[in-house]
Design a protein around this ligand. Structure first.
Ligand code: GLP
Length: 240
């Protein structure tokens, strides 16, 4: 695991965007695994800036998002579909046919999960997977558990995640379930880039880096990945 501690969020976003730019430059039809939440917002802004400056093109890029809430209309302001449109896809030259996000309103969640994994496999697996981290060490929506999860599946969100993410649901009830890539799917990515900022993430980062590899801190599995990079600000890194 490579750990880089970066002074401020702007520089951190630039460092993350550099890794994206390198991936897309080397492989214009790269498969990107994308994340939502506050952590990647500045990185997406920097990618948009580089696209507008003519430095990168997303014309042939293919994306798979980590997760999506269940039973939330796709056009709800809090769906991850909407998040991705607003924070990235609307502002770059990506082909909408190359964008994949789980359907949280599928009639059959198991079939949707299997189809999603099949699409990732058929595309040749993710080249660069971006991750945030939950305060309990979750990645995607893989909550602490007794075993590591494998492929995409439907999960009941933990109380701590519901508490942490409820801040976004100001006028509707936060969903209790989500579809998420499993830890096994995430680990198949050739390169993984985790971004964490702020002291609320310090304990999760400590457990990820210094703790045992355990499904009770799902992000700790990154210790076993051959090419995982953690970009941290000083507050998130304060316990290392
Ligand atoms: C959600 C997402 C995760 C994200 C986490 C942290 O639970 N499913 O992918 O990493 O929130 O979000 P934030 O970056 O807003 O702290």
């Amino acid at each position: 695991m490579q750990i880089r501690i970066i002074k401020n969020e702007t520089e951190l976003a630039c460092a993350a965007a550099d890794i994206f730019e390198e991936t897309i430059t080397n492989k214009p039809n790269a498969i990107l695994g994308l994340a939502t939440g506050a952590s990647p917002v500045l990185t997406y802004k920097e990618l948009i800036r580089r696209y507008e400056a003519g430095l990168i093109s997303f014309k042939d890029v293919i994306t798979f998002n980590l997760d999506e809430y269940c039973d939330l209309p796709r056009d709800d302001k809090n769906s991850y579909f909407t998040f991705m449109q607003e924070n990235l896809f609307k502002k770059i030259n990506i082909n909408p046919e190359n964008v994949h996000i789980e359907d949280g309103n599928a009639e059959n969640f198991d079939a949707e999960a299997k189809a999603y994994d099949d699409k990732i496999a058929a595309a040749g697996y993710v080249d660069l997977q971006l991750l945030g981290i939950g305060t309990n060490g979750h990645i995607g929506f893989n909550e602490p558990a007794d075993t590591f999860t494998e492929g995409t599946f439907r999960i009941r969100l933990s109380e701590s995640t519901i508490r942490a993410n409820s801040r976004y649901f100001t006028d509707s009830k936060m969903p209790e379930y989500a579809l998420t890539m499993g830890v096994g799917s995430i680990m198949k990515a050739k390169k993984i880039l985790l971004i964490a900022t702020g002291e609320a993430k310090a304990e999760a980062i400590y457990n990820t880096v210094k703790g045992p590899v355990t499904p009770h801190c799902p992000a700790s599995i990154l210790q076993t990945h051959p090419d995982a990079v953690l970009l941290l600000d000083e507050a998130a890194a304060e316990r290392l």
